[in-house]
Design a binder for this molecule. Structure first.
Ligand SMILES: Nc1ncnc2c1ncn2[C@@H]1O[C@H](COP(=O)(O)OP(=O)(O)O)[C@@H](O)[C@H]1O
Ligand SMILES: [Mg+2]
Length: 288
């Protein structure tokens, strides 16, 4: 059966400015460039999965309006599939992304139709599928409960990964705990691992996170690559290729999308994480 990666994460319009530094309060800053592109943790992850040769399905919501049209056009261009009906009365949201010269990105997120009811039961998930869940979609308590109920009802052999994203630790505690018990994989950056565990040491965080899910945890370390902890084992450090970072926006999403795709294609976790490091390094080095 075809390997599939399906996301219930978000798609949004990223409004990107390449700035010399963050503006001060009440100030302004002249950007050296910028663009509007389709982003969002869910969409970026499945686009990266599709690049590995798996079938990529976008099972998040898309709005009605100019930003929703952008998302649909991007999905069509990337031969991705959007399976849920459009949200009729609300456009897709957007994210202001400020990128500093070292490539670090800072966000302000304006929610839209991607935060509508998830309707995951209509996405047609089946055994062997690899499902991507993003923490942004768990912040609204109603949506968190709906996502977690749907994930809990999935066949046991659907592989489920949570990327908590910057808002993951703000998700309501009860559904988050229920989701965690059904997770196969957790993947987040070092700050997100600290927020989830209270542990400052990423290796200790990776070990603890791996022990709370069924298979393991990936802690992403920016230019440092990532840590892979398989449940019950010692965390392994996988260095990233050395590149000049231009823009790290979306690096974590690319990492997750490639990791899931490689697992869906039958790689073991170590090979999948190494492939994810290589793809994410290419992404940060790319002038967009
Ligand atoms: N400067 C860099 N050089 C090489 N690879 C990088 C660099 N920054 C990020 N990466 C790759 O992208 C992955 C994700 O980036 P990271 O910043 O850790 O996550 P997030 O985007 O969630 O903050 C890293 O694990 C690494 O593989
Ligand atoms: Mg980062």
């Amino acid at each position: 059966m075809t390997a599939r990666v399906i996301t219930v994460g978000n798609a949004m319009a990223d409004v990107v400015a390449l700035v010399p530094h963050l503006p001060e309060r009440g100030g302004d800053v002249l950007a050296r460039g910028g663009r509007i592109e389709v982003g969002g943790g869910g969409l970026r992850a499945v686009v990266a999965s599709a690049g590995e040769g798996v079938e990529a399905v976008y099972a998040g919501r898309v709005g009605t309006g100019p930003l929703g049209d952008l998302v649909r056009a991007e999905l069509a261009r990337r031969s991705g599939v959007a399976v849920l009906p459009p949200v009729p009365d609300r456009d897709t949201g957007h994210v202001l992304v400020l990128v500093e010269p070292d490539g670090e990105r800072t966000f302000a997120t304006v929610p839209g139709a991607e935060s509508a009811e998830p309707l995951l039961d209509r996405a047609g998930l089946r055994g062997g599928d690899h499902l991507h869940v993003h923490g942004y979609g768990l912040v609204a308590p109603g949506r968190a409960v709906a996502v977690v109920d749907a994930v809990a009802a999935l066949p046991d052999d659907v592989v489920v990964l949570l990327d908590p994203g910057p808002f993951g630790a703000d998700a309501p505690a009860e559904p988050l705990a229920r989701l965690t018990a059904r997770l196969d994989w957790w993947s987040g950056n070092a700050a997100e691992a600290r927020a989830a565990t209270g542990l400052g040491d990423p290796a200790a965080g990776a070990r603890l996170l791996a022990a709370t899910v069924r298979r393991g945890a990936v802690v992403r370390l920016g230019a440092g690559g990532c840590l892979l902890a398989v449940r019950g084992g010692d965390p392994v450090h996988l260095p990233a290729p050395v590149v000049t970072a231009v823009d790290t926006n979306g690096a974590g999403d690319v990492h997750v999308g490639v990791f899931l795709a490689r697992l869906a294609l039958g790689d073991d976790a170590l090979d999948a994480a190494a492939a994810a490091n290589r793809a994410a390094a290419r992404h940060v080095a790319l002038a967009r």
